[in-house]
Design a protein around this ligand. Structure first.
Ligand code: JFZ
Length: 450
């Protein structure tokens, strides 16, 4: 009898504990549309970062793929492009101040793109020019070397001062390394020995990067020269290599965040990166869309006249946030290191908007509703639903969906806290809007629930 009673009590307390734990876990994991590991919490809340494509291709001004698209030989590329690259006006402070003003909270810089030029003073001996005599790096190969500057360190320090997280991009394929030759979109390995040695040297470079710059994100790319297993000299990278690389990065720095492109399509890495596209709805794990402002990553003269407008970029960012994704927006500085006028204008424009409406982006999760509203998008943070109004409603009447089972506390314009009248029915909250729309890209109305 006694034991029976005890059991009941035990069961009850277990049940209580269970509710408490799931309740707590619920509030932690419910915040985002997917589970966010501890080391990624800052990243998932920050939402918005700056991508920088900068290398000797920036000097040529035909985009970072020029060597491949224009069929330029290694020797010609090195002598006529890389050897002329002299970014003496590169100003980390200015770039980071633009990132900051735009409301960006992290930054990813191309340490080595497909062209293979190391943007730091690498000591790994096999990364040389075609003569084998000179290390192929910004410091050892280009006229900029004379300045003894380390622009990655300059950027890292500027980021640190500004409270911006710092990450690096690294390409797995390398068009100028002696182990490889360009073949279409791939690189072909010279031999199996070359492959083994290159992978070891790549890891040595990555160790240099982690040891020197302590990046919080390692953003891989150029991984598509892969086969699931049984590599060939043309498809020389495998899923296993991707898994090894991921483990290797974690062994260098346990809380580093690594993207899926250690070897894409196998669900590896810590987050997905649909490129220049936005998925239909939130993915089942953290994700980030990287985007250009003008269809160019590395500086491309021809694209300087075709920047999107600020409104488009803001709406793109909001679209991503409404699906609980991150947005990594690219700039491609010119060969001399200066930022383009088009990118400055967009960053300023986004900054003006983020100043007023940043609360509807940072730390938010996507929309809780299955259907997109006709007038814009939703984001959510705790008990607040943010209505992003992109199409101004007729008759000053905005119809929003009511958060199931909750009571509205107040409705206000996010930019100034001005309360708006509303009428909450069973399924809808109908809001009386101001006569004039405050923002043509996206005016944010906060609907706060109890
Ligand atoms: C890669 C690079 O080749 C490019 O130069 C740039 O750095 C960009 C950020 O990444 O390009 C890709 C990568 C993936 C896809 C398309 C282009 N993709 O998955 O569709």
């Amino acid at each position: 009898m006694k034991t029976g009673f005890n059991w009941k009590r035990k069961l009850l307390s277990l049940l209580l504990l269970f509710c408490l734990l799931t309740g707590l876990a619920g509030s932690g994991t419910m915040a985002h549309a997917y589970n966010v590991p501890d080391n990624m919490k800052w990243w998932a809340d920050d939402k918005f970062g700056m991508f920088i494509h900068f290398g000797s291709y920036s000097y040529y001004g035909h985009g970072e793929w020029a060597m491949q698209t224009e069929g330029i030989s290694k020797e010609t590329y090195q002598k006529t492009i890389s050897a002329k690259f002299d970014p003496e006006k590169f100003d980390a402070q200015e770039i980071v101040s633009y990132a900051k003003k735009a409301g960006m909270k992290y930054l990813v810089f191309t340490a080595k793109h497909h062209e293979g030029l190391a943007m730091w003073d690498t000591k790994v001996a096999s990364f040389t020019d075609t003569t084998g005599q000179k290390i192929y790096s910004l410091q050892q190969y280009t006229p900029f070397g004379k300045t003894n500057r380390d622009i990655i360190m300059e950027l890292k320090n500027a980021c640190q001062q500004a409270g911006i997280h710092f990450g690096l991009y690294y390409s797995i394929i390398d068009w100028n390394h002696s182990s490889q030759t360009v073949e279409g979109d791939f690189t072909k390995m010279a031999s199996w020995e070359a492959r083994t040695a290159y992978i070891a040297d790549m890891k040595a470079q990555l160790k240099e990067l982690v040891d020197t710059y302590d990046p919080e994100i390692m953003w891989f790319d150029g991984d598509w020269t892969y086969k699931k297993d049984n590599p060939t000299l043309k498809k020389w990278w495998t899923k296993q290599d991707g898994q090894d690389l991921y483990q290797y990065m974690k062994s260098l720095k346990s809380d580093i965040i690594v993207n899926e492109r250690v070897c894409r399509s196998f669900g590896l890495g810590d987050f997905e990166c649909p490129e220049q596209s936005i998925p239909e709805k939130a993915l089942s794990r953290p994700w980030e869309t990287c985007q250009t402002m003008n269809n160019a990553w590395g500086y491309k003269k021809d694209c300087e006249k075709s920047y999107y407008n600020v409104r488009y970029m803001i709406q793109d960012l909001v679209e991503v946030a409404s699906k609980d994704g991150n947005y990594l927006l690219n700039i491609g500085p010119k060969g001399d290191g200066t930022m383009t006028a088009g990118s400055k204008k967009i960053l300023k424009g986004i900054g003006n908007w983020m100043n007023r409406y940043g609360d509807s982006i940072y730390g938010t999760s996507g929309t809780p509703f299955a259907k997109k509203p006709s007038w814009g998008r939703y984001t959510r943070k705790d008990n607040v639903i943010y209505a992003h109004v992109m199409k101004w409603p007729k008759a000053q009447k905005l119809v929003t969906k009511k958060y199931a089972g909750k009571k509205v506390k107040k409705v206000y314009l996010l930019q100034n806290g001005k309360k708006l009248k509303y009428n909450a029915t069973g399924k809808k909250v109908i809001i009386k809007m101001p006569e004039k729309k405050p923002d043509k890209a996206d005016t944010v109305i906060a609907v706060q629930y109890q």
